[in-house]
Design a binder for this molecule. Structure first.
Ligand code: SAM
Length: 259
């Protein structure tokens, strides 16, 4: 049985105590589906003060994470040279933008190393000569890569086979290309998840759509697809535009499914 190992390089090793010990990620470690190894960057320094940062050449604000401790940490993780399963990822706002597709791609790895930057970032030689990939979790600047690493690790972990109780649930979520209606006529788009309801049926007069309690699974499938498409068109025009819908889906949007 293969275990996906995440190596995290950070100057704040205790940062991860809380976020990575709960819920799905916590259970995945207990089930031995993933393993998380934290590497304290200060442990790879060679001076008395355990210096991890220094001032930028050329002047300017802030400090830069020095290259040598990061190179030594990666060398310890992989040994010298590059192995076939080497995947060193620098978390950075300048990287390619993380999404569900990248999460799927990474969930196939056997192990990966996530470098968490701090201050003004890392020495450019880390990016140029040490990393295989540079990933951003969105168009905003965090104060460190640790939160970004948690986001990536969480999204990847839930896609590792056997982590979620029902493996099918990882394929039926937002951003996953799917055809929920079960009809051949419906194309698969990248659409957002449909609305979910649970008990009670009526809460302070707010009712659950009757159709969901009808037991008519064909109709429920259509209703869910319709709602997912409507929400995607409204909230994420970058993912889907009306013109791209198949004729069957355009008809579905006109269909009155609720009584
Ligand atoms: N000077 C950098 C810039 O303008 O691109 C920002 C450095 S940021 C304050 C410090 C560290 O936080 C980065 O090295 C990176 O590891 C992490 N970080 C910040 N925003 C991020 C994002 N959107 N995605 C991934 N990591 C991020």
């Amino acid at each position: 049985m293969s275990v996906l190992t995440f190596h995290l390089i950070t100057i704040f090793p205790n940062f991860f105590d809380g976020p990575l010990s709960h819920g799905i990620v916590g259970q995945a470690q207990k089930k031995k589906k993933i393993s998380i190894q934290i590497h304290d960057l200060r442990g790879f320094t060679q001076d008395r003060h355990k210096t991890v940062d220094d001032r930028p050449f050329g002047g300017g604000e802030g400090m830069i994470l020095k290259p040598e401790p990061i190179f030594r940490a990666v060398e310890k993780i992989y040994g010298i040279g590059s192995g076939i399963d080497r995947k060193v990822i620098l978390l950075s706002p300048q990287g390619r933008k993380f999404n569900q597709e990248i999460a799927f791609e990474l969930s196939m790895c056997q192990r990966m190393t996530l470098i968490c930057g701090r201050y003004e970032g890392v020495d450019e030689r880390v990016r140029e000569y040490l990393t295989d990939d540079e990933i951003s979790i969105g168009d905003y600047v965090l104060s460190g890569g640790e939160l970004a690493a948690c986001v990536l690790l969480d999204a990847v972990t839930r896609l590792v086979p056997g982590v979620l109780n029902k493996d099918s649930s990882r394929l039926n979520e937002s951003f996953t290309r799917r055809n929920l209606s079960g009809s051949e006529n419906h194309q698969s788009y990248t659409i957002l998840d449909h609305p979910h309801y649970t008990r009670p049926e009526s809460f302070d007069g707010l009712k659950v759509p009757e159709l969901l309690m009808s037991g008519d699974h064909k109709k429920i499938g259509l209703w869910r697809r319709k709602k997912g498409i409507e929400k995607t068109l409204k909230n994420r025009p970058d993912l889907l535009q009306y013109d791209r819908l198949s004729e069957a889906d355009k008809r579905l949007l006109e269909l009155k499914l609720e009584p």
